[in-house]
Structures are given as C-alpha cells and as structure tokens.
Ligand binder design. Structure first.
Ligand code: XMP
Length: 510
C-alpha cells in the first residue's frame, strides 16, 4: 500500500501549501481538520500539525488529543503546531515583543539534527506569528534559532517529534522543501511513490472496484478537470462511461464542434447535445447576473437530466471535482463547526435521479490534474486552456442576452484569443476574455456616423482565481487586436482594456 502523510489542519491559510509541497516530493498526503480526527492514525507514516490563526493562550482553541500520535508516529509541528506541542506539554507560550512577520535567518543550527541536513546557518525562513515559545518543557532540545526567536526549532528527545516556528511550505523559506524532505524521507522513511502514473494506476483500479459493471454518466465541459476525469473513467470502464457535452449556446466560437471532435478522437463515448435554443429561450429578458446563472444552471440540469434518462439503467454520476473544492475548512472561530465547500460541476442534480457519485480527482490539486492528464497523453493544448466559467459568455454579455449579442461576442473573443496565441502570450495569461457592454458609443466609419457597441477586453494573471491582476499586454498587440475587432466585427465601434485588479474588481464583470 502507498505511504500516506496526515496533515492536521488548525485553520492556517497555508495548510494547502503544506500539502502541495509534500505532493511535490512525490508523497501522498491528506488534510483533515483537527477536530475530525476520526481517521485511523495507523494508516499514516507521519503527521504534520499546521499553523493556525489562533493563539494557544486563547479560549476554546484547537486542542486535539494527540495520544495516539505523539511519540508513536514521526510528528512535525509547524508554527501553531510548534507552540501547541510546547504549551500543552509543560512549556510556556507568550506574546512576543518583537515583530515576527516575514523574513528571518536561521542561526545556531544543530548540525547533528537530521531535520537540518543540508541546511545551514543564514538560511532564509518565513515567520508569521505573534506568540512565541518562552519556556521549553524539560526534554525539548532547541535545534535552531533566529535573531528574534531563540526557540525557532526543537526536537523532543527520545521521540521522532520535531517542531519549527517558521513556515517551510512558503516559497520564501528557501530550504523549506529540503526540511520537509528531511523530515518525511530521512526521518519518517516515507516512500516517494506518488507520481501521476501511480495515481492513474491506483485510481483506475479503484474506479473498477467501485462501479463494477455499472453505467456511469459524466458531463463534459471542455475544461481540464472534466476531461481528465473522463479519460480516467474511460481507461477504467470504457464504453460503460457515457459522456454528455452540452452546447448551451454560450460557448466560444466553434468550441462545441471542435471540442466534440477532439473528444471523439480521444475515443471517448461522448454525445454532443446542441441545446442552444433551449438556453437562449430560458434567458430571454433576464438582466440580473445571479438570475442568469440560475437560469443557465437550471436549463443545464433539465438538459442533462433528459439525456441521462435516455441511458438505460445508469447508476453513477461522475464529476471532475478537485481537492480544493472538498477540503473541509476549519472555522476561524475555532468551533467544531467546520464548513464544507462542495462544488458540483454540473450544478447539482435533481434528487429523483438518485445517482451515486464518483469523483476520481477529489484528492488532487489543479496542477496535479494537469500532470495526470499529461501522463495519460491528453493534448497539452487542451490541458493548458484558460479557465472558462460554466455560464460562459452569458455572464460576459452585460444586460439581456440575445443570439445576435452572442454572435458579436464570439467573434470578438475569437479575435482576442487567437491573437494571444499568435503573439505567444496565451500561456503567460491565466484567463482572458471579452465583455460586451450594454452601452452604445458614437463613432465614425468612412463618412458615416455610427452608434454601436463597446467591448472590453480582460486578461489577468492569477494562480487560483481568488486574487488576480491585469496583464500588461504589449500596446502593439492591443492596437492590432482593437483594429481587427472594429474592422472585422459588425456592430462594434469601440474597444477598451480592463486595468482593474481583483480585489476590488472581480475577473468576470457579472
Ligand atoms: P470572479 O469573477 O469571481 O471569477 O473573479 C473567478 C473565477 O471563477 C470563474 N467564474 C465562474 N465559474 N461559474 C463558473 O463555473 C460561475 O458562475 C462563475 N463565475 C465566475 C471566473 O471565470 C474566474 O475564473
């Protein structure tokens, strides 16, 4: 069986980053909230305690029972985890009187400590804490300090328990990955066997075991997650996987035909359903963004439901849900009320369909989805596609949606996106698109006065869509694109470029 690492989450904003770093070492790990330690710890080769927005000195703070872990399994406390292991085991934590956010450098590194193999005095680490460990319990040995923090790292003697005040998971802790490797590989002897190929193999076997000879239905969106999920299921159960790719009439220009073709070439059992008119009909006259989203979501459910009913005896619904969507987040108030984010790519299905759910990507991150896709031979261009919202151009046409407006925006978007590809800019941009604004502006073409639509172009860089900044596209590119749009798309006489960051603006305009 594959070795696993448990990350016990105390609610730090960096917990997911710890998991990413561990996975980068080709080691499988899972995040579980501190207050849900129903997991059998014997399944894990090592445990990491995360940071937290809490102070161990507060009331009702995270305080799980570690009796099955500490001293029995290799344990690494990070930040709050380090303070926790000191405070609740006979030491003393208090408010620190110097600023301890950001850059620091290690000193007094104990070269005999395995945790610091290959890490030297002066190594930059990243701090983010307002409490500090003032007194250490008896058998705790300091193994590194910084200028402001004497107890920056320690080992509990007689145990494989280590703790560090700094954050090894953040990019600015330059030897952070080395430290995690020292702990996991050298100390805990965890095997580095988590690779895309091993993931494909174990997942394919798990799918076969789970669904047997049952039929599975999956909604393809043209995006990376649903495509990779489909290819995994196809490997596992072949023709028992029924993929449905719906044209909601709000896709990019020619996208329905070209992506459907691509899916067929990949050998997927896919049915394309052109429901454009049904969607446009449901959207008639709606201008409110949230009402549009609802109408599009409901229309999708209706179409998907109709199609799924045509598949005799289908038992399972497959979804491309990925790990960030399912990690239970620890409530910052510290209560046991962990909230669960659940994201359904198909917008949730009516209860009466009563399908069981299979989600082959629910334990992996986006970059891992791409790596898995690559290892299965999926076209890199498809894997590198920009994110595209489920409601598509519907939330990029401000105001009401008509077939003519969709046509205009598809043309504009195609010129912009093809231009980004031609200028080799596409891969430097996280997401790009065009918005059709609900205003007309005066222009002059030849000797004629025009009174036509304005479009806004938007290109952003981001890592997860939570924050984003506009991309500094070359003026020459913007000039060429604007000319092509105004000369080539009937109904548009003005192009503007959106220079707003998120926050305070969002990526989409609606
Ligand atoms: P915002 O506009 O919130 O967008 O900054 C962040 C990311 O989410 C996408 N987005 C959506 N995706 N359904 C989706 O599937 C939606 O209703 C939706 N709204 C925004 C957006 O394209 C960006 O990638």
């Amino acid at each position: 069986m594959q070795d696993k690492v448990l990350i016990l989450d105390f609610g730090s904003q960096f917990t997911q980053l710890i998991a990413r770093r561990v996975r980068e070492l080709n080691i499988y790990c899972e995040i579980h909230p501190f207050n849900h330690v129903k997991v059998d710890v014997n399944n894990y080769k090592a445990v990491i305690l995360s940071g937290s927005p809490h102070s161990v000195r507060g009331e009702n703070v995270p305080h799980p029972d570690l009796s099955q872990i500490k001293g029995k399994i290799p344990l690494l406390g990070v930040c709050y985890g380090a303070q926790y292991l000191a405070h609740f085991f006979g030491g003393k934590v208090g408010a620190s009187n110097t600023r301890e956010y950001g850059r620091a450098n290690l000193s007094n590194v104990d070269k005999s400590c395995e945790l610091f193999n290959g890490i030297n005095n002066g190594s930059q680490v990243w701090m983010s804490h307002s409490d500090t460990i003032l007194e250490m319990p008896d058998n705790y040995k300091v193994v590194a300090s910084t200028e402001d923090v004497i107890n920056a790292a320690y080992k509990i003697e007689g145990e494989d328990t280590y703790a560090i005040q700094f954050h090894p998971e953040v990019y600015h802790s330059t030897d952070g990955k080395q430290l995690l490797e020292n702990f996991l590989v050298n100390i805990a002897k965890v095997k580095q066997e988590w690779t895309p190929d091993s993931f494909v193999e174990t997942t394919v076997n798990a799918i076969r075991k789970k669904v047997g000879n049952d039929k599975v239905v999956l909604g393809l969106s043209g995006g990376v997650d649903s495509t990779v999920a489909a290819v995994l299921l196809d490997k596992a159960i072949g023709k028992n996987l029924y993929c449905i790719f719906v044209n909601n009439g709000l896709l990019r220009k020619n996208e329905f035909e070209s992506v459907l073709d691509q899916y067929k070439h990949m050998g997927l059992n896919v049915k394309g359903v052109d429901a454009s008119e049904r969607f446009l009909d449901k959207l008639k006259g709606i201008t409110d963004p949230e009402k549009k989203r609802k109408a599009i979501g409901n229309a999708f459910i209706d179409v998907f439901d109709d199609e799924a009913h045509l598949i005799e005896n289908v038992k399972w619904l497959a979804q491309g849900t990925i790990y960030p969507d399912v990690i239970e987040s620890v409530s910052v108030t510290g209560g046991p009320s962990a909230t669960i984010k659940s994201h359904h790519n198909v917008g949730g299905l009516p209860d009466y369909m009563k399908l069981k759910i299979v989600e082959p990507l629910r334990m992996i991150f986006k970059d891992e989805v791409r790596r898995v896709g690559k290892s299965m031979g999926i076209d890199p261009e498809l894997l590198g596609r920009h994110p595209f919202p489920g409601p598509g151009l519907g939330i990029r046409i401000l105001g009401d949606i008509t077939a003519e407006k969709v046509r205009i925006l598809q043309e504009v978007d195609a010129i912009f996106i093809n231009g980004l590809r031609k200028w080799d800019l596409y891969d430097n941009v996280w997401q790009a698109g065009a918005m059709l604004l609900p205003v007309n502006s005066v222009g002059v073409m030849g000797d004629e006065r025009t009174y036509e639509k304005v479009v806004a172009l938007r290109a952003v860089e981001s890592t997860d869509g939570m924050t984003a900044d506009w991309v500094d596209l070359p003026y020459k590119f913007l000039q060429e694109t604007s000319n092509k749009i105004i000369n080539g798309v009937k109904g548009v006489n003005r192009v503007v470029y959106d220079i707003s960051s998120k926050p305070p603006a969002t990526i989409e305009w609606e």
